[in-house]
Ligand binder design. Structure first.
Ligand SMILES: *Cc1c(COP(=O)(O)O)cnc(C)c1O
Length: 352
């Protein structure tokens, strides 16, 4: 049997490395674990697991819509936002079409594009940030999707609402603009785009958010998309009916109500960021100021080598060679204790 040609060029995803017993600061998960309210709710769903999940997402849809101030019809749910990236590509990209994104960003944009026979074009980052004018200039008649990551993974950098508005004015309305806001809840910057408000004027925007990061539910796989009704209807045609399992829907509902947990996570992250900045300054290391729950640090040497030595000491982080940033690493902001452990390992490696 012969697989499709497009698959030949797909590079498998490099997941954050696991090592038994190691402190994992490799995949930007919440170091506080899942929302306690979600955990409590999960216990009560077990006897109901013989039933199919709600294919219409009635309760979760209501709850998220209420929080965002949008209509239930403006939402679509996915098995993680990863699935929604594939749905977007599967809905809008024909064999031979183009998509545009930045270098050094989340690899799943390229995966989804190539999976459906599309071709990805990249603009370089500018000072570690998405260069929106350069991205707009790369779009052409065959461009179907532009993928924007804000804050960007792995740099943690952001673009503003004004920058985004100027970009949207330049790009054709026939191009879907995917705004991946996986770290939205961590952002503290006043000028960050109020993306949901843009949907009124821009029918070609799809916002993606997730329960994987601040809500601590990465293992359950729930993400959602916010867009105009027509976009949601078209994406839904490419979706399997029971794509988010029953336990995940219930846990997401409970987590959404857990404001205390979200606040605690944001506060711990802010404190962890301050600590890491101070330590990186002390060690003379350059880093990008981050609006997310990870920091991207320049090491003046090969990041993979440092990653391996730190892993031997019991902490996993992310080397960024596969992102085209060989001398950089990305570290998730952990608990105060995890952050101290990471810094002491890093210091030993850099001095050794
Ligand atoms: C973690 C992450 C996601 C979330 O993926 P899920 O499939 O929802 O777990 C999406 N985009 C970016 C940039 C991420 O870093």
């Amino acid at each position: 049997m012969k697989p499709r040609k497009a698959l030949e060029t797909i590079v498998p995803y490099t997941p954050g490395k696991l090592k038994e017993g190691a402190v994992k600061l490799a995949s930007n998960e919440n170091p506080l674990g899942p929302s306690p309210k979600a955990l409590e709710r999960l216990k009560s769903v077990l006897p109901g697991l013989s039933l199919y999940p709600d294919a219409a997402f009635v309760r979760l849809r209501q709850a998220v819509a209420g929080r965002l101030g949008v209509a239930p019809e403006n939402l679509i749910f996915g098995n993680g936002s990863d699935e929604l990236l594939c749905l977007a590509a599967g809905t809008y990209i024909e064999e031979g079409d183009d998509a545009v994104t930045s270098q050094s960003t989340f690899s799943e944009y390229t995966f989804a594009t190539v999976l459906f026979g599309g071709h990805m074009t990249y603009a370089p980052l500018k000072d570690g940030r998405f260069d929106l004018p350069a991205l707009a200039a790369l779009t052409g008649p065959r461009t179907r999707i532009v993928f924007l990551c804000n804050p960007n993974n792995p740099t943690g950098t952001v673009f503003s609402g004004d920058e985004l508005s100027r970009f949207l004015e330049k790009v054709s309305r026939d191009v879907l603009v995917v705004l991946d806001e996986a770290y939205y809840e961590y952002v503290g910057w006043d000028e960050f785009p109020r993306s949901v408000e843009l949907l009124g004027a821009h029918p070609n925007v799809l916002i993606l958010r997730t329960f994987s990061k601040i809500y601590g539910l990465a293992g359950l796989r729930v993400g959602y998309g916010i867009a105009r009704e027509e976009v949601i209807r078209n994406l839904s045609r490419a979706k399997t009916p029971f794509n988010v399992n029953l336990a995940a829907q219930e846990a997401a509902l409970a987590a959404l109500e857990d404001d205390e947990f979200v606040e605690r996570s944001v506060a711990m992250n802010a404190e962890g960021k301050r600590y890491l900045y101070r330590e990186f300054d002390r060690l003379g290391l350059r880093y990008y100021p981050t609006e997310a729950n990870f920091v991207c640090v320049h090491l003046n040497r090969d990041g993979t080598e440092v990653f391996e030595r730190i892993m031997d000491m019991g902490v996993t982080i992310r080397p960024l060679r596969s992102f085209g940033m060989a001398d950089w690493i990305r570290v998730t902001v952990g608990t105060p204790e995890q952050n101290r452990l990471f810094i002491s390992c890093l210091q030993r490696v850099l001095k050794g």
